[in-house]
Write a protein of this length. Structure first.
Length: 145
């Protein structure tokens, strides 16, 4: 069998001419391209609505992420706290609250654990509420540099 290079324009011409359905190599090529495209899609990072840097306290230094008295950061579904990072997985939207419940897969201080946390923007959309089992925190968003 001879493999042939098929470009997008050739595919459009074949489809327009109605000849694509009987072309087995073309169909195989399209199927492979679509399968590879869908396989890679989950690996593409998407910004979450919570991405940003947040102050731990009112006078926290936004440039110091992950240290006591500094700030926290959420980027590409990873929460960076004080000496801890958590992959935010299995998001569940909480209807009517504009909130999301996550499974937090955390590592820090030579330990690994999993907990659930709810994230919700504050009413002014200037900060973030983060609720863990037994704890609730409110963080102000740092200004973009």
């Amino acid at each position: 069998m001879v493999l042939r290079q098929i470009d997008g324009l050739a595919i459009k011409r074949l489809i327009a001419a109605g000849k694509w359905a009987n072309d087995a190599p073309l169909m195989r090529h399209l199927l492979i391209k679509m399968t590879l495209g869908f396989a890679v899609l989950p690996a593409i990072p998407f910004a979450s609505p919570y991405d940003g840097v947040y102050k731990q306290t009112a006078n926290a230094e936004c440039a110091l992420v992950g240290i006591e008295g500094g700030s926290l950061k959420i980027e590409n579904d990873i929460f960076y706290g004080v000496e801890v990072s958590c992959r935010m997985t299995s998001p569940v939207e909480i209807e009517g609250m504009e909130a999301t419940l996550y499974e937090m897969q955390c590592t820090g201080e030579d330990e690994t654990w999993t907990e659930r946390a709810m994230l919700m923007p504050d009413a002014d959309d200037a900060g973030l509420y983060m609720i863990w089992k037994g704890y609730a925190f409110r963080y102000d968003r740092c200004e973009d540099p």
